[in-house]
Design a binder for this molecule. Sequence first.
Ligand code: DHB
Ligand code: FE
Length: 289
Amino acid sequence: MARIIGGLTTSHVPSIGGAIARGDQQTPYWKPLFDAFTPIHAWLEEMKPDVAIVIYNDHGLNFFLDKMPTFAVGAAASYDNADEGWGIPVLPSFEGDPDLSWHMIDSLVADEFDITMCQEVLVDHAFTLPIKLMYPNAGPTWPLRTIPVMINSVQHPLPSAARCWKLGQAIGRAIESYPKDLKVVVLGTGGLSHQLDGTRAGFINKDFDLLCMEKIVSDPVVLTQYSNRQIIELAGSQGVELMTWIAMRGALQGKVSTVTSTYHAPISNTGGAVMLLANEPVATLAAAE
Ligand code: DHB
Ligand code: FE
């Protein structure tokens, strides 16, 4: 059976791509972010996940305001990146896992999540940069297959935190009912607090970010009780990317423990947070009883 072995959350600020291209990883500004990935590299080397489910928000590369699915799942054999206008390198294509995608789609629809299924998807910085941070020396191929899961965080009305938690739980059930013997890591990319426009542009709320980082491990249901308006007030208008973290955490229904957790602000305009959570899968726990 497929097993979810961990959950990884990270900010996905586009300028990370510029820092990588310039070789700025060890400059004082960038070092705390890049160093946060050192224990993650060791964990990936040891655990060797086969597939990453990447829960993120598309920022207009793939979907735009004319057509905006609330939840979408990729079902392609490969996913291309493209130029979003940030002036950062376009990364090599990412291999998909169509069989697992269709299993997830079947399972999610049966579970009453009427998601948009995508046989072609361009993946933006929120998908590509976290994988590049995980595997800085990979290329032109990546060491694992990927499945994009997109949550609308651009066009209101947005799904609620509670709904994203339930989506994550349904993704967890889908993966753990997949008959192939795969090790799966679930990513939630985005956040934490940031606001890129309007009178509060540059707003960061470190106290709320640290609270989210604590609760995402110990008591994630607390985070599902915030309304979207409350999240925007507390974390800025783009702080709603917290939804991707909540969905990731919903998928981890085993015994969850922190492998590493780092906060550093600002990274560009964002409270930069990186966490890796180990998940002892439900099936493994049951077998041990
Ligand atoms: C920034 C953060 C984001 O999440 C994003 O998608 C784009 C820009 C920033 O802080 O610059
Ligand atoms: Fe973003």
